[in-house]
Design a protein around this ligand. Structure first.
Ligand code: NAP
Length: 306
């Protein structure tokens, strides 16, 4: 067991690159804080004091092993903050997880859904769970965002279907947001006064993760320097944030210094500032939330209710 009685325990995914690498620096710099990061072993460095534990979100077996390792490491202590931030930026029909699901749906949604459910009982009363979503889940902001829950296609993508390319990404970010809403409704979460927050970092010029091809890297970099600054003149939600700034804001959300008002769970950075908009109409549909929850449980092999 690692924890002293006053030590804060933080568990995070997506801390090895992008704005998450800045988030983890801020959190690890807090006094009496132990940070456990799940990562694939990319060889990227992490701040001192942060412990890296093996986690490949493209494998449900690896997610279960990571959860077991975390539970074993914390012993009798509890997790104060769980940050589910890792993500890939889209995949093609033939890119599948170890379990045979569409890669983006599996990594961004199914793995985090399972991790949230496995670790939820180990989150301390009044603890916090933050899931990184995106404004791209919302059709008025992103035309290709999902208008219906196309789970079959997202889980088993076919060529040029809604489970491929950028649409696989927008779908997975919708699932992250809906999962956050469903978690916030659980009786255990309400009784133990856990805070569930979905976070949109705004555009930061990501895709620096190792899954992106050199062409994707170049395209993103070019768009960030040319198209997005222009679009940002008319559409504030497309104004770029620096990874440093979005990372600091995610740390503030995780540490509770930025919190959505009562009855809201979505913190969205617009021009670098936190706003608290309603999620998309589809994300707010209770019927679809319940369907996503149920079908995701079956896909990850959870049958029991929590
Ligand atoms: N950047 C943006 O403009 C933007 C906008 C809205 C939302 N978001 C969301 O913000 C989050 C972070 O985005 P980013 O752009 O900062 O990302 P990024 O630079 O591409 O980094 C992605 C992170 O996810 C990890 N990851 C990817 N696949 C994994 C796997 N199979 N197992 C374990 N870890 C894995 C990567 O680890 P490795 O070190 O192993 O590669 C890395 O730490 C994502 O959820 C993304 O959807 C980003």
């Amino acid at each position: 067991m690692y924890q002293s009685s006053s030590q804060r325990i933080v568990v995070m995914t997506g801390a090895t690159s992008g704005f998450g690498a800045h988030t983890v620096k801020h959190i690890a710099a807090q006094p009496d804080t132990m940070v456990l990061v799940g990562a694939r072993g990319s060889g990227r460095s992490s701040p001192s004091g942060v412990q890296i534990l093996p986690l490949d979100l493209a494998s449900l077996t690896s997610v279960r092993e990571f959860a077991e390792t975390v539970i074993r490491k914390i012993g009798d202590a509890q997790i104060d903050i769980l940050i589910l931030n890792a993500g890939i930026h889209g995949s093609e029909a033939d890119q599948r997880s170890a379990d045979g699901y569409g890669l983006t749906f599996a990594v961004n949604h199914l793995a985090h859904y399972l991790l949230a459910r496995l670790l939820l009982p180990y989150i301390a009363d009044q603890g916090r769970l933050v899931i990184t979503s995106s404004n791209m889940h919302n059709p008025p902001l992103k035309r290709i965002a999902p208008r219906k829950l196309d789970l079959q296609e997202w889980a088993y993508p076919t060529k040029d279907g809604s489970g491929t390319g950028i649409r696989s990404y927008t779908a997975s970010k919708l699932c992250n947001l809906m999962t956050a809403i469903s978690l916030s409704r659980l009786e255990d979460v309400r009784v133990r006064r856990l805070s569930i927050v979905a976070f949109n970092p705004g555009l930061t010029g990501g895709s620096s993760g190792r899954d992106a091809s050199p062409l994707q890297h170049a395209l993103v970099a070019l768009m960030m320097r040319t198209i997005f600054p222009l679009i940002g003149l008319f559409r504030p939600e497309f104004v770029m944030n620096s990874p440093e700034h979005s990372g600091k804001m995610l740390a503030d959300v995780a540490l509770g210094s930025i919190a959505p008002p009562r009855d809201k769970i979505y913190v969205s950075l617009v021009k670098g500032k936190p706003t608290f908009p309603d999620p998309s109409e589809l994300a707010r549909s209770r019927f679809d939330q319940e369907r996503l929850w149920r079908e995701s449980a079956a896909m990850v092999g959870l049958t029991e209710d929590i």
